[in-house]
Design a binder for this molecule. Sequence first.
Ligand SMILES: *Cc1c(COP(=O)(O)O)cnc(C)c1O
Length: 359
Amino acid sequence: MTDRFSHLWPPQNEQIFAALKSVYRNGDWGRYHGEETRILESNLAEYFSCSHVHLVCSGTIGIELALRGMGIQSGDEVILAAYDFPGNFRCIEALGARPVLADISCESWSLCANSFEATLSPSTKAVIVSSLHGGLADIESICEIARQRGVRVIEDICQVPGASVNGRRVGTYGDVAVLSFGGSKLLSAGRGGAVLTRDESIWQRINVFKDRGNDTFALSQLQAAVLNPQLDCLDQYNLVRRQNAMKLIERTASTEGVSGLRHAEGDLAVFYKIAWLVPSSQLRTELLIAAEELDLPLFEGFRGFAKRSERRCLKPVSLANSERAADGTVLLHHPVLLAEDAVLDELSDQLSSLFSQMG
Ligand SMILES: *Cc1c(COP(=O)(O)O)cnc(C)c1O
């Protein structure tokens, strides 16, 4: 997946270079233990106001560990959006639990609180809430409903590190939050992830599962070394990305047939992707072919789970928005959001013209 902006990622700056030189010189790059992971744990704990941080080898295993930490077992029901990262569905299956599909809200590409509520049953043990593509789930309402019903909340914040809802950081609302440090993510070490919690029993259960004489799903010192300086400048980069993303969203807002993200007043979104919805998969295919000719970083969204068989998951409510998202989501990848104004102006002209030519 190369495009004309892919050279902008991963970031190359003096701080990351200095961190790499430092672990080279002191030898921590080749050791099991060192200062870098300890510093990262403590910085993440502070940034996300949590007492416990597990650094792990991917966001996907992070979600699985979060479920294990909650004691999810075979036969338990776990709710997730029918439009979500594919690995989240597999993580539920990995525990022998049942995925139960709820719908998304079409302005946020993320779990809809009402649909979540309608999906609850006496067997529901947990819900996975991902905020996707520059959107933010209504995490306050979802957590309130979950608390009343004794359901635990996993916040999948892989796409939104540093976002906030109503003045409070996303990732501090639920029982557990999960980050990814994969090669395309906003905090990147090529691979990696983290599980964040304030809950002692979740933390302990994960410890027991991870420990097989070694730390089975660990993040390395070398990975932690490049993440520390990125966490330091996350807010600053997020701010630039947000300003540029908002401009692109505004400038493409008036295109007939294409709908974009909407945010509640006071929310601070974070842009790993920017999503638009076009009316059909046929139109999307044509649009993506035209985008490729212009070397624009536009891609399809997730396939979603609405078509999965009833043997694999329960589908108690309408999944219409998730199905539309699976058919018509177009995503812009984030690196270009750190480009200069002139580049962004050209991009926004090209996007507007692509969208308006559609159909
Ligand atoms: C990337 C991602 C993950 C998984 O992270 P990996 O580190 O790639 O395993 C999970 N959920 C969402 C929403 C993601 O974007």
